[in-house]
Design a protein around this ligand. Structure first.
Ligand SMILES: [Zn+2]
Length: 372
């Protein structure tokens, strides 16, 4: 099911910005492509948008169920979570937040959980299992260490140091204690709160191990988490791609006017189709190169520099270099021999390769990630 372009425009027009965030620049100093802040997207239903949807510029949600509210995701650090909470204080004064839903385990969607440690926090079992894999202390150490790495002019380590330093610069990971959800589920779970149904559906693994989508049928709204990015290159840490695609196709079956993506402006079904088109293109282009015996990093580079990619809409999306990570995930599921180091070292190695690629892409944004 998909909406017509006319319906998309109408849905966007119906969202009202209640509390605009200050300034015209993003956390990375980019001109904001859309107004950030708190939006009413349906009756008593809200989205907190952070332009332009780059690293940690994460959208959050709030569903007011008359007397009690449910929050969707928390920010990468306490400061950006509090910024959202301050903006919706009028709402939470009358309907305090009693429950939080985490759509997945990436830090930028759950590292504000400790502000809700006395409330119920809900996520898929797979999400809860993955939540402790990355520690805030490790990112703090990497942020400080990257100052030194920036001067190591070998094997792209200087570019990696620059990339990581700029990625973490807007955030403060000190004092963050990962706070696990106290309620796990598999497949699906429906919360019925004062007559409002909130349907949470597990669609992972795909973006991460435990992705979930939140749907409020009566309000014709869904919160997609990070299976949906708009205007920003999506990334597939976990895969398989078939499951990620199935999650997006599930989104298409929902009868909604507005979808809040994990990153980027408010979306409609047309945006879901754009992301599906990206994954279909990537799947086919990578499979071709896999069959030719090309390694995943080389294949990602080859695809990005191909005329077909450069002429496609996603050439303009933020952070195209993320294709390196998605390529390695695809190859892993295809049973390719290990092209990467295991565990966290491997993740760092992929980010090093992403950084090197970002430096070669003259138009890649955010610009600060590639300019030393
Ligand atoms: Zn994510």
């Amino acid at each position: 099911m998909s909406t017509t372009p006319r319906a998309s425009h109408r849905a966007r027009a119906e969202a009202t910005c209640l509390h605009a965030s200050v300034g015209s620049l993003t956390r990375y100093g980019e001109p904001a492509k859309y107004q950030g802040g708190l939006y009413r997207i349906a009756d008593n239903t809200y989205a907190w948008l952070v332009p332009n949807g780059s690293w940690g510029e994460t959208n959050l949600g709030l569903i007011d169920c008359r007397g009690t509210s449910v929050m969707i995701d928390t920010g990468w650090d306490l400061r950006c979570t509090r910024e959202m909470l301050n903006a919706c204080q009028d709402i939470t004064d009358r309907s305090p937040i009693d429950q939080v839903i985490n759509t997945h385990a990436d830090g930028d969607h759950c590292w504000g959980n400790q502000l809700f440690r006395d409330r119920h926090i809900i996520a898929t079992h797979a999400c809860i299992h993955q939540m402790h894999h990355m520690q805030p202390r490790a990112l703090s150490a990497l942020y400080h260490g990257s100052l030194i790495l920036r001067h190591v002019n070998v094997a792209g380590i200087d570019q990696f140091g620059h990339y990581m330093h700029e990625m973490f610069r807007p955030y403060d990971f000190s004092g963050i204690r990962i706070t696990s959800p106290d309620h796990g589920f598999s497949v699906s779970k429906t919360l019925c709160i004062n007559g409002v149904d909130i349907v949470i559906t597990e669609v992972g693994p795909g973006h991460t191990d435990g992705d979930a989508v939140v749907h409020v049928p009566a309000r014709r709204v869904a919160y997609a988490g990070d299976i949906l990015f708009v205007g920003v290159t999506p990334v597939m840490w976990s895969g398989p791609i078939e499951k990620l695609v199935a999650g997006l196709e599930f989104l298409q079956t929902l009868d909604v006017d507005i979808i809040v993506p994990g990153h980027g402006p408010l979306a409609t079904q047309a945006d879901v189709q754009h992301v599906l088109d990206y994954w279909h293109f990537v799947h086919e282009a990578m499979a071709q190169r896999f069959k030719q015996g090309m390694g995943p990093t080389q294949a990602a580079r080859d695809v990005i520099f191909s005329p077909a990619f450069q002429q496609a809409p996603w050439a303009q999306w933020d952070s195209p270099e993320r294709l390196v990570t998605s390529a390695h995930t695809l190859y892993r599921h295809w049973g390719a021999p290990a092209f990467n180091l295991p565990g966290k070292l491997g993740q760092m190695n992929l980010l090093r390769q992403q950084a090197m690629l970002a430096f070669e892409l003259p138009h890649a944004t955010p610009r600060v990630m590639r300019h030393p």
